[in-house]
Design a protein around this ligand. Structure first.
Ligand SMILES: Cc1cc2nc3c(=O)[nH]c(=O)nc-3n(C[C@H](O)[C@H](O)[C@H](O)COP(=O)(O)OP(=O)(O)OC[C@H]3O[C@@H](n4cnc5c(N)ncnc54)[C@H](O)[C@@H]3O)c2cc1C
Length: 263
C-alpha cells in the first residue's frame, strides 16, 4: 500500500505580518512549524505502516525552500519519501490553487491508496484543502477522522461530530482529514534524525508536476482576501452588583442604556 501525507508549514507564532498588496502572510524570517493536525496525519500513516508490512509513506508539502525542514522532520519520524512542491509560480495560492497543485504533485507519484491531511491548517483555518485535493483527483473524502482501519480495498472509519461519531466505509483510493484525537504523534528516533540529514528531497516545480501555470499562484486563485485585521480588544465593561439593592442596580443600568440611546 502507498499512503501520502500532506503537511503544511505554518508560523510558529501569532506575531506575523500581512502583505498589504496581496493580503497574504509574509512568511520570510518567521519561525515555522509543522501544522499540528498534520503531525497527527503523519502519525496515522506511520502507524498504518507499522501495522501493515509493505506500506510506503510519502510526505508531500507545497511551500518555500524552508519547508525542507518540515520534510526532514517527517523523514526523521519514519517517512519513506518526501516531496516538496516548490516554485515561485505557486506563491500566493489560495485553497483552490493549493489543492490543484497538491493533486498534480500526487498524480506524479506512483499509485496512491490513501491521502492523509490534517483537519485544517492553523493559519489559514479553512479546512478546504483535503476536500479540494479529493475533488481534483475525483476521489471520495472523509473529514474529521479519528480512527481508520483498512480491510481489503475498503477503509472503515470513525468520523467525529460535536456530540458523537459515525462509522463510515469507503472504497480505496480515498482522502481523509484527521483530528487530534486520532493519536499522539511520535518523536523522531536518533537513527531517523541521522537518515533525515542525508535524505534526498524530491523537488517538483509547476512544470514537473504538470500543473497549468494559469491555475496556480495568485493568478490561479479565485479567492481575494480583501481585508485582514485584528479585532479591537473588548473592554472589561462596567458591573453593578444588584445583590444588595437590585432596584437601584436596575435603575442605574436602565439610566446608562438611555444615556447611550440604546433604549
Ligand atoms: C489569515 C488567512 C486567511 C486566509 N483565507 C483564505 C480564504 O478565505 N480562502 C482561501 O482560499 N485561502 C485563504 N488563505 C490562504 C490559505 O492559507 C492557503 O490557501 C493555504 O495554502 C491553504 O489553506 P489553509 O491554510 O486554510 O489549509 P486547510 O485547508 O485548513 O488545510 C487542511 C490540510 O490540507 C493540507 N495542506 C494545506 N496546505 C498545504 C500545503 N501548502 N502543503 C501541503 N499540505 C497542505 C494539510 O494537510 C492541512 O492540514 C488565507 C490565509 C491566511 C493566512
Amino acid at each position: 500500500m502507498h499512503v501520502v501525507v500532506c503537511i503544511k508549514q505554518v508560523p510558529g507564532t501569532t506575531k506575523v505580518a500581512i502583505n498589504p498588496e496581496t493580503n497574504t502572510l509574509i512568511r520570510d524570517g518567521v519561525e515555522a512549524i509543522i501544522n499540528p493536525f498534520d503531525e497527527n496525519a503523519l502519525e496515522a500513516a506511520l502507524a498504518l505502516k507499522d501495522k501493515t508490512p509493505g506500506t510506503k509513506v510519502t510526505v508531500v508539502c507545497m511551500g518555500p525552500p524552508q519547508a525542507e525542514n518540515a520534510l526532514r522532520e517527517a523523514t526523521a519520524r519514519g517517512a519513506d519519501n518526501v516531496v516538496l512542491l516548490c516554485d515561485r509560480a505557486f506563491a500566493g495560492s489560495d485553497t483552490w490553487a493549493t489543492s490543484y497543485a497538491l493533486a498534480q504533485g500526487i498524480k506524479a507519484l506512483e499509485k496512491v491508496d490513501i491521502i492523509y491531511c490534517g483537519k485544517q491548517a492553523i493559519d489559514g483555518d479553512t479546512a478546504q484543502v483535503g476536500p479540494g485535493v479529493a475533488e481534483f483527483l475525483g476521489w471520495p473524502v472523509i473529514t474529521y477522522v479519528r480512527k481508520l482501519d483498512v480491510e481489503g480495498d475498503t477503509v472503515k472509519i470513525e468520523r467525529v461530530f460535536e456530540d458523537g461519531f459515525e462509522k463510515i466505509e469507503a472504497p480505496l483510493p480515498v482522502v481523509v482529514t484527521v483530528v487530534k484525537e486520532m493519536n499522539v504523534p511520535r518523536m523522531a528516533s536518533l537513527k531517523g534524525r541521522m537518515r533525515a540529514k542525508k535524505e534526498q528531497i524530491k523537488m517538483l516545480t509547476a512544470e514537473s508536476a504538470k500543473a497549468d501555470p494559469n491555475e496556480v499562484g495568485l493568478k490561479g486563485s479565485p479567492t481575494r482576501v480583501v481585508k485582514i485585521f485584528t479585532p479591537p480588544k473588548k473592554t472589561s465593561g462596567q458591573k453593578w452588583d444588584g445583590i444588595g439593592d437590585p432596584i437601584h442596580a436596575a435603575k442605574t443600568l436602565v439610566g446608562k442604556l438611555k444615556e447611550q440611546k440604546l433604549v
